[in-house]
Structure formats: structure tokens, C-alpha cells
Write a protein that binds this ligand. Structure first.
Ligand code: URP
Ligand code: ZN
Ligand code: ZN
Length: 489
């Protein structure tokens, strides 16, 4: 008897990539895709995918897992619960954060997050390094060594009292990122505007969660984007702007890209499907919908869809930041907190792809190829995980989500696998669901059942890669004629 040629064959599905949708069998041996074609045979096991879509597993490049918030509150999830919920939603790689707070040494921070992920993660993972304390030791010794160890991206906050980085240290961090070849990601909002608004709102007794949205005045986003882009251009450092929420913010990014600057940007489902009105609920209930920046208006949703269509925004992440609606999370300050006392963030790892599939594929907004790009291929490329992740291709890891495009599911709190205890999207009826999910050739979820051990996810070491490379043109006004730009860097 001859040995089977393959370990597993996904037979007869419609495979989608960023450019094509075609009927094919996908053959897997070990952890990788080894053949794509018609009429393949000779596998130990087969999955019948007729009538289904065979898509690369999602890459969620912005999620907070087992992380201390700006105010020192621990996320509701462990790496196990968060990555299990990701898997149930069709996501097979995450980039979460290793978050330095002031006074912490970055290598210790990385060691701690590595230990948590190694113990719990069921899918593959990487880390963005959050820098909140840019000491000389952090920037000159620790950061270069950690980038070399495979942490090819850095994140900074321009707001939050305990994490924010002011302009001058931000230039130091941009330069350190450039020297190390790492991507610089940013939560960009103007801290002064928000803090001024918060104080005035609270002083006048406006404490309800809905005033959170008002405190993050729209201009705080566009202003911070403009300032950050200016600083990045001065140094010629590529940047990724996180969670774009406004039409004005998207326009700032479009203009910068039009000038040839290496500015990447993402948005998240909360800015495409929620509005500030969602925070306007009786009592403190609106706290469940509180994130930063806040959901905005219907017109912003349209502007963001347009920016996605045009390529101004390249990825859609979840910004999963789960806090329970109880005294351990959102209500830590009591049953009637002021909006300033509520932890910012929403759970979203599990519902990111189903919400977008329903909108983009089932309802036809932008289509399945663009869905694959925004949720898997583009983040894999930008963060240098491609071609191993983010594509159905020979040689890629067999990270695959098999979608039933006609299955209808109504989202509810109790069907979620994370530990937040609620989903801000409960009650939405979606068409299309990931029924079988594979990570490196292993079926990890099938028909609502988990079949994967905690700790079986692997760390994905990566350099900054192509996206993080400077353009080589100092487009700033650092006096290019005398080449002072180069002399100062
Ligand atoms: O509200 C949010 N997004 N919380 C998580 C931390 C952040 O701002 O990214
Ligand atoms: Zn943020
Ligand atoms: Zn975030």
C-alpha cells in the first residue's frame, strides 16, 4: 500500500485570496499548505468544503490580552480565553502587546508577557512593545536588543495620563524605531484637548458615559494624526496609526499618503458598526460601549468604508480590550462611575471577522477579496508575518478558516468565548460563519467545538520588514540642501 501523499485535504471549497476566488482542493502536510489544485487525492483525512469558502485565518494585529490598562486594571481575558475566542471567530494569529508602564524594564516586561502567552495561547502570536518610559537604557540598550530578538514593532500612546509620550521623547522613540528597523504604531489623540474637555464636563456635572464621546472632541484625532505624521516625516520613519474613527482623521491619512509618506492606518468594527448614541443608555450601561477613541457618527462610518475602499486604511483590527461590566472592570469605581473612571475598551476578537464577513461578503460591501486583504493578508504583510501567515498559498502555514456563507447567527453575550461577559454587538443577525478553523494544519475549532490545548500557540519572531523601512528620502524641511537631515539622525 502506498503512503498517503498528504495529511489533510480540504476538498471542493471556493478558495479566496486578495485577488481571486476559485474552486480548488487545498492539501496540507504537517503544518503547511503543500498543494492547491483540482482533483487532488491521497490524504489521510478529508474535509468536505463544498458550498463553503476557504479563507486564510484572520490576523488580528491590535488586541490587548492579559494586559494592565492605563489605569492599572487587568483585562478580563487570559491568553487562553482570548485566543480561544479569536479561534471561534476565524482568527488564527494575533499581535497583542507587551506593555511597559513607567518604572518597568522592557526586557522583564517581554519576559512576563512571553510566559503568559506560552502558557495559554492556542494560536500563534507576536507582540508590539508598548513604550511608556523611554529612558536612555530602554531606547539605547533594551529596545535594539529586543527588536533583534523578533519584536519588530513598537507602540506608543499620545494620550492616557500614565502612558502618554510627549513630542520630544516621541521623536527619540521614532528615531530608535528607525535605527532598529521597527514599525512605530500609535494611539494618536491630543491629550491636552481630551483632558481639558474631561475637566470641564465633570465640573459641570456631566458624568454619564455618553459624555466620554464628547470629551474626545473630533479635532483631538486629526490634530494628533497631523502632529505624529509631521514628526515621522521629519525622521523618515514609517508609522501605523491605530483605530481611525473620524472622517477628518481618514482625510489626514489620505493626504499624507498622497505626499508619498509611509503612513499606514487601521480602523476597527466599533467605528464601522457603532455610533456615539450606543453610549447613551440608562444608568451606567453605556460603559459597555466605551472605548477610545469613541464610536462617532453614521457619516464617519461611511467615510471609513470609503477610506478602506480607496486603500487609505489598510487593515481592520479588533482593538479587543475586554473589561467585565462589574466591580472587577467597568464598574470598579462603583455602580455609578463618572465616565472618567471607566476602563476604556471593548471585547471584539471573536466578532471582528463575522461582522465584517456579513457586511463585506454577504451584503456585498467591497467583496470577499477585500475582506481577505483587510483582515488577514494586509496585516500579515505590514507586520512582516507574510508569506507564512495571511494567505492560502503553497508553503504558507495551514492557518485556514472554512466559512459557511449562508449560516445565519444572531450574536448573543452567552455565545462568546472571551471572559468579558458581553458583546457590544449582541442582537445583530449575521450571515456567514467560520465553521472549521485550522492553525498550522491542526483543526482547532469545528462546528462549535474546541479541539486545541492551551499553550500550543507559538511565538512569531519577526523583524520590522519591508513596511518598516524608511523611504530613503528625507521629505522633511530639515534643510535638505545642506543635508542637515542626515547629520542629525
Ligand atoms: O479603548 C480602548 N481602545 N482601549 C484599549 C487601549 C487603547 O486605547 O488602545
Ligand atoms: Zn488605542
Ligand atoms: Zn488598543
Amino acid at each position: 500500500m502506498t503512503e498517503p501523499a498528504y495529511d489533510l485535504l480540504i476538498r471542493g471549497g471556493r478558495v479566496a485570496t486578495v485577488s481571486d476566488v476559485f474552486e480548488a482542493d487545498v492539501a496540507i502536510s504537517g503544518e503547511s499548505i503543500v498543494a492547491i489544485g483540482r482533483g487532488l487525492s491521497g490524504a489521510r483525512r478529508e474535509i468536505d468544503a463544498r458550498g463553503k469558502l476557504v479563507l486564510p485565518g484572520g490576523v488580528d494585529s491590535h488586541c490587548h490580552i492579559e494586559q494592565l490598562s492605563a489605569a492599572g486594571i487587568m483585562n478580563a481575558d487570559t491568553f487562553e480565553s482570548a485566543t480561544v475566542s479569536a479561534a471561534f471567530g476565524g482568527t488564527t494569529s494575533v499581535i497583542s502587546f507587551a506593555a511597559q508602564h513607567v518604572g518597568m524594564k522592557l526586557p522583564q516586561v517581554l519576559e512576563d508577557y512571553h510566559a503568559l502567552a506560552k502558557k495559554g495561547a492556542v494560536i500563534d502570536y507576536a507582540f508590539h512593545m508598548i513604550i511608556a518610559d523611554p529612558t536612555k537604557e530602554t531606547l539605547e540598550t533594551d529596545l535594539p536588543a529586543l527588536i533583534k530578538q523578533g519584536h519588530g514593532s513598537i507602540k506608543i500612546f499620545m494620550t492616557y495620563d500614565r502612558l502618554k509620550i510627549d513630542d520630544e521623547p516621541l521623536l527619540d522613540i521614532l528615531l530608535a524605531a528607525r535605527d532598529g528597523g521597527a514599525m512605530l504604531c500609535a494611539h494618536a489623540e491630543n491629550h491636552g484637548i481630551i483632558s481639558w474637555m474631561v475637566k470641564r464636563l465633570l465640573a459641570r456635572g456631566y458624568t454619564h458615559p455618553k459624555y466620554h464621546a464628547i470629551s474626545h472632541a473630533r479635532v483631538s484625532e486629526a490634530e494628533a494624526f497631523t502632529r505624529l505624521i509631521g514628526m515621522a516625516a521629519l525622521i523618515d520613519q514609517p508609522i501605523m496609526i491605530f483605530h481611525v474613527s473620524t472622517a477628518e482623521g481618514a482625510k489626514v491619512i489620505r493626504d499624507a499618503r498622497g505626499q508619498g509618506l509611509k503612513v499606514f492606518a487601521e480602523t476597527c468594527p466599533q467605528y464601522l458598526f457603532l455610533t456615539a448614541d450606543d453610549l447613551d443608555k440608562p444608568g451606567a450601561e453605556g460603559a459597555k460601549w466605551m472605548c477610545s477613541p469613541p464610536p462617532r457618527r453614521a457619516a464617519d462610518q461611511e467615510a471609513l468604508w470609503q477610506a478602506l475602499a480607496l486603500g487609505d486604511l489598510q487593515t481592520i483590527s479588533s482593538d479587543h480590550a475586554p473589561y467585565r461590566y462589574d466591580e472587577t472592570g467597568k464598574l470598579r469605581a462603583g455602580p455609578n462611575p463618572s465616565f472618567k473612571q471607566v476602563a476604556n475598551g471593548l471585547p471584539g476578537l471573536e466578532v471582528r471577522l463575522p461582522l465584517l464577513f456579513d457586511s463585506m461578503v454577504s451584503k456585498g460591501r467591497l467583496g470577499v477579496e477585500k475582506f481577505v486583504d483587510l483582515t488577514s493578508t494586509a496585516p500579515a504583510k505590514i507586520y512582516n508575518l507574510h508569506p507564512r501567515k495571511g494567505s492560502i498559498a503553497v508553503g504558507a502555514d495551514a492557518d485556514i478558516a472554512i466559512w459557511d456563507p449562508v449560516r445565519e447567527v444572531t450574536l448573543s453575550d452567552d455565545m462568546m468565548h472571551d471572559l468579558a461577559g458581553y458583546t457590544p454587538f449582541a442582537g445583530r443577525k449575521l450571515r456567514g460563519w467560520p465553521v472549521t478553523v485550522l492553525s498550522r494544519g491542526r483543526v482547532i475549532v469545528n462546528d462549535g467545538k474546541r479541539s486545541v490545548e492551551a499553550g500550543s500557540g507559538r511565538f512569531l519572531a519577526r523583524s520590522g520588514g519591508e513596511a518598516a523601512k524608511p523611504t530613503g528620502r528625507l521629505v522633511s524641511d530639515m534643510d535638505p540642501e545642506q543635508n542637515f537631515g542626515a547629520r542629525l539622525l
